[in-house]
Design a protein around this ligand. Structure first.
Ligand SMILES: [Fe+2]
Length: 194
């Protein structure tokens, strides 16, 4: 197993709900780590620290895929939400600011889910322990996988702490953002296989 990348808070600023973190914040502190060559079945393992940044739950940057391979994710441990947003394909191109569907997918350890090319995705750690996920993505990433999310200042919604639970704040840079739906990983798989 190899350490593939470490995302610091500084690198996450472009996609945070509140992009001004104030003073006394260590911008070099890691938010999540990605390990590669994990096992025969799983290529990557991602570990996201618990905590919050101005109330927003720690999360992965968010990306789309530039190949048609299906990615499989599994939650190994922790309490996580996978934000999934379906981009539209209009005039022979993927639209970065038009989303036709958004799900907050609740995972229990052991749950798995398949992701196809139209779905942007980002994990949030809503628990008090590290969130550990596995995936089988071996096609690599290009900067273009992350750029649509960076250009939009994040995914369609930001997940923040509220009264001991979570609430979502819309990212107003998106046009006609649909209301998100909360579903389980099993429900998502069922809907997507129809
Ligand atoms: Fe992915």
């Amino acid at each position: 197993m190899l350490l593939k990348s470490t995302r610091t808070l500084e690198e996450m600023v472009p996609v945070l709900s509140n992009k001004s973190l104030g003073e006394g914040v260590d911008l070099k502190s890691p938010v999540y780590w990605v390990f590669s060559s994990v096992s025969k079945q799983w290529e990557n393992m991602t570990l996201i620290s618990p905590g919050d940044f101005n109330g927003e739950f720690p999360k992965t940057f968010g990306h789309y895929h530039s190949s048609d391979t299906t990615e499989r994710y599994k939650l190994l441990s922790g309490k996580g939400i996978l934000l999934m947003q379906k981009r539209q394909f209009i005039d022979d191109d993927w639209q970065i600011n038009r989303i036709e569907k958004i799900y907050f997918v609740e995972f229990l350890p052991g749950n798995e889910l398949d992701i196809t090319r139209e779905w942007g995705h980002s994990w949030s750690n809503i628990g008090n322990e590290p969130l550990v996920t596995l995936d089988n993505w071996r096609d690599g990433h290009t900067p273009g996988d992350y750029k649509p999310i960076e250009d939009m200042g994040g995914m369609g919604y930001f997940l923040v702490k509220k009264d001991g639970g979570a609430e979502f704040i819309p990212n107003t840079k998106y046009k006609d953002l649909p209301k998100p739906e909360w579903i389980t990983a099993d429900e998502f798989n069922r809907i997507n296989s129809l």
